[in-house]
Design a protein around this ligand. Structure first.
Ligand code: GRG
Length: 345
């Protein structure tokens, strides 16, 4: 299945947001900004930002790229919208003391953020994802030469710059989140959720550690589940959770999105394991067949390809039940879930 057509609209806005939120490559020290931009502005699928925007749209009532998208088509652009959607100057969101005090911007309804205010949150998730890819490719971890169809960051800029570019993207993510135009309450909640998902306790770094330590060892189903849910699903899950929070979902909505996200995130890594076996490096834009070569803990290794496919479909089925709660309004999240299990790269 191709990337769902209307999600392409999210992707276009996210690309522009990433471009503008990253320091320019002439900004000193230019070498680190070149490395950051090289890694972020490559051919990523932008799945995490798309999930975030789609979840936010579900609750904020704005659906970019579709006929019912009043906030982006009908309303006069505000400064950040202008920065993100037109050829304006590259600036981070700037706030007066009053705006920070209010936790919002310009008298707009704090309960109904514009999608353009949510784009920085979506971009922050992509910054964290890109940091994890840069570090994952380093010689001390996966030692890979190919990422998104191009030489990896350390191959082009050297190891020191790759380590620092990863660090800088993680830091930029939290700067971006802290400067996003959200109510103070939503802002703090989202910061805590994303920091936790990127961290060590059932988060991305913890999953990566467990993955490393499982190499060359027999791994049971529970250990494999822990690795996949922490290493990959946590960031995917928090993408929809953050979207639900900033979009104004209730606590029940946020928890429903968490269940949706846990299931699609887990399914995403199961499919990633399958693609590593079945696809070529050219199709994936990264080195295929590495899991078996490195004796990694994967679903195909433990269950075989067919059973892995069944597990992925079952997980997506569970996510669909959560999305179905919102009827037609969750069409985007349902299409994204379907894409994640049927994708070929
Ligand atoms: C602090 C040393 C240190 C490491 C950070 C490296 C790391 C922790 C975590 C790695 C987590 C990781 C790379 C998980 C794999 C997740 C995955 C399937 C990535 C591929 O995602 P896609 O397909 O990639 O969305 P694109 O390129 O489309 O964005």
């Amino acid at each position: 299945m191709k990337y769902p057509a209307f999600i392409e609209a999210h992707r276009a806005v996210v690309e522009r947001g990433l471009e503008r939120l990253l320091p320019g490559e002439d900004v000193p020290p230019a070498s680190i900004h070149r490395a950051m931009r090289y890694s972020v502005l490559g051919a990523g699928k932008r799945i995490r930002p798309a999930l975030c925007l789609e979840a936010a749209g579900l609750f904020a009532g704005s659906f970019m790229g579709r006929d019912d998208s009043p906030q982006l088509t009908d309303e006069a652009p505000e400064p950040l919208v202008t920065e993100l959607l037109t050829e304006g100057p590259v600036v981070m969101a700037q706030f007066s003391a009053e705006e920070i005090e209010d936790g919002y911007f310009d008298g707009a309804d704090p309960e109904r953020p514009r999608m353009a205010d949510i784009v920085p949150v979506a971009c922050a998730l992509e910054f964290i994802h890109c940091y994890s890819l840069i570090h994952d490719d380093l010689p001390a971890l996966d030692n890979d030469d190919l990422r998104r169809g191009r030489p990896t960051c350390h191959k082009v800029f050297g190891e020191a710059h790759a380590i620092l570019a990863g660090d800088a993207l993680l830091t930029l993510a939290f700067q971006t989140l802290a400067q996003a135009r959200l109510t103070a309450k939503r802002s703090v909640r989202v910061l805590a959720e994303i920091a936790t998902a990127a961290g060590t306790v059932e988060g991305m770094v913890g999953g990566q550690v467990a993955d490393l330590e499982a190499e060359n060892k027999p791994v049971d189903a529970a250990a494999l589940e822990y690795i996949h849910r922490s290493k990959t699903a946590a960031l995917i899950c928090v993408s929809v959770v953050a979207g639900a929070i900033v979009g104004g979902g209730t606590d029940d909505d946020v928890e429903r999105m968490r269940r949706y996200g846990q299931n699609v995130g887990w399914a995403f890594q199961v499919v990633d394991d399958i693609l590593d076996v079945e696809q070529s490096s050219e199709a994936l834009g990264k080195t295929a067949g590495k899991d078996a070569a490195q004796k990694k803990a994967t679903y195909p290794a433990l269950y075989g390809i067919e059973e892995s496919r069944r597990i992925a479909s079952q997980l997506v089925g569970k996510a669909m039940i959560e999305a179905d709660h919102y009827g037609d309004r969750s069409l985007g999240l349902r299409q994204l879930a379907e894409y994640l299990v049927t994708r070929e790269a």
